[in-house]
Design a protein around this ligand. Structure first.
Ligand code: SF4
Ligand code: SF4
Length: 469
């Protein structure tokens, strides 16, 4: 069997001390969680666990049906990168399963450890915090489980349960709190957002000699774009790609300073905040009276938008169908219609390969449009090995709320399979449609000495699109 990296030797406890910093009281208060770990944390956790088991039947099912076949054991990039056995999906899930058995099953209550049941203790809680925040909720393990057990859902449940007792990470809670303060994950205030849009306009006027707009808060625009906020400040070539395309196709569009973020870190914390963050997109669309909303290049934004908007935030039927729509769907449609001219030679310096972000690919079944855009805008494209792409894609190493500086070792180790898969192609441009991947993969490539630029799909479009002036 082909393996992009070998199965490592077991190193028990290797990543035990790689912990995310705990949440700050001020952020917890803003996102409706107890400010710090509650004194009666054990009772609160067991009560919340009962609620979760009752509400999310899939979690109970996943905890009940695992036969310990081991098929998932070597499929997680965090186990492959670290060798810590608690990063095997089955072992990660067992951290919650043992408590489930102890308090919620007859066998566990009667037979205790003989039935793999364990008391909820301080040390087990420490393992929950460590290892459920070393899982990027990528779902790769679920693809290989003969029973379809989705450890990501177990991780989501564990995080929700801990959060109820005031236990969460600084990074995730800080990001959610920033959204409520400023409208986006980066904490960019409206004036700075507008300034940056004006700066990008000026830049393009100088470089291209064309007056391309980056409209903000335009009531009555046809389209509301909800990019990851990083596109406006960090991955600006992606933002430029969107703007050039809207300009060339004659589509009126806008961003919103109330909601200039597609990303939804509620997905990595609890359903309450997932819903509240998602609601903002629909509120912004109503405020600006747009007809369409396009989600930008962000993995978990698309998963949250596609899987949870209608179920949690209500109908989008005030928009034109179809909804929700990924920006790549529009781009690919415009390319097929020949809405603008493309000069593929503008990207001839690149041998491009494509990294499927977990939340776009595995969680949303979205594989072809980004590839079609790349092939339409570049002459040189190569796929990575089949067992590392599409539904079998590896995480970049920092999804699921793991893009925290203090766990850089985990991020780099988790990104190793992707780095090796990229190396095997000889590509010098790794395209992807996720802001988290774009943030972590450059670090991963540098660390594993793979000489490859990382960028967006719309960056390639922006370079190749020929403007009339
Ligand atoms: S969901 Fe992804 S990160 Fe989590 S255990 Fe499964 S493979 Fe590992
Ligand atoms: S593959 Fe599925 S059934 Fe087998 S050990 Fe993993 S989670 Fe359990």
């Amino acid at each position: 069997m082909h393996r992009i990296i070998p199965v490592p030797k077991l190193k028990p406890g290797a990543t035990r001390n790689q912990k995310c910093h705990p949440a700050k009281e001020k952020d917890m208060a803003k996102i409706n969680l107890p400010p710090a770990r509650l004194n009666d944390w054990k009772e609160v956790i067991l009560k919340k666990m009962a609620e979760v088991l009752d509400k999310y039947r899939s979690v109970r099912l996943y905890l009940d049906i695992c036969v310990k076949c081991g098929a998932c054991a070597d499929k997680c990039q965090f186990f492959l990168g670290t060798g810590d056995p608690k990063n095997m999906p089955v072992a990660r899930a067992d951290l919650l399963r043992r408590v489930y058995k102890k308090y919620f099953t007859l066998g566990g209550k009667v037979w205790g450890s003989l039935n793999e049941a364990e008391e909820l203790s301080e040390s087990l809680l420490a393992d929950w915090y460590t290892y459920f925040y070393q899982c990027s909720e990528c779902r790769r393990c679920a693809v290989f489980c003969p029973y379809g057990i989705d450890t990501a859902e177990i991780t989501m449940a564990a995080r929700e349960i801990m959060a109820a007792a005031g236990i969460a990470t600084k990074y995730v809670t800080e990001v959610v709190a920033k959204v409520y303060d400023t409208g986006n994950n980066l904490g960019i205030w409206p004036a700075a957002w507008k300034d940056n849009c004006a700066f990008l306009e000026e830049d393009l006027r100088e470089i291209e000699g064309v007056d391309i707009k980056f409209p903000v808060d335009q009531v009555g625009a046809e389209v509301l774009l909800v990019p990851p906020s990083a596109d406006n400040f960090v991955n600006t070539n992606t933002m430029i790609g969107y703007a050039k395309m809207f300009h060339a196709a004659g589509i009126s569009w806008t961003t919103s300073t109330y909601c200039n973020e597609g990303g939804n870190f509620g997905l990595f914390l609890n359903y309450y905040n997932l819903k509240k963050v998602n609601n903002r997109i629909l509120e912004a669309a109503r405020q600006l009276k747009v007809k369409k909303v396009y989600w930008g290049e962000c993995g978990h934004a698309w998963r949250a938008g596609l899987a949870f908007t209608t179920t949690l935030s209500g109908s989008m039927d005030f928009l034109e169908i179809p909804y929700p729509v990924h920006i790549c769907d529009l781009t690919w449609e415009l390319i097929r219609k020949k809405a603008f001219k493309i000069d593929k030679t503008a990207n001839d310096q690149f041998l491009v390969t494509y990294h499927d972000p977990c939340n776009v690919a595995r969680a949303a079944g979205y594989f072809e449009p980004p590839r079609e855009i790349i092939k339409a805008t570049c002459n040189h494209f190569v796929e990575m090995p089949a067992d590392t792409i599409r539904e079998k894609t590896y995480c970049c190493g920092a999804g699921g709320g793991l893009l925290a500086d203090e766990i850089m070792e985990i991020r780099l180790a988790g990104g190793k399979p992707r780095a090796e898969a990229c190396r095997s192609t000889g590509a010098n441009y790794l395209a992807t449609i996720c802001a988290i991947c774009k943030a972590n993969l450059p670090e991963v490539m540098k660390h594993h000495r793979v000489n490859c630029e990382v960028g967006g799909v719309h960056d390639l479009l922006g370079r190749a699109l020929v403007l009339k002036g």
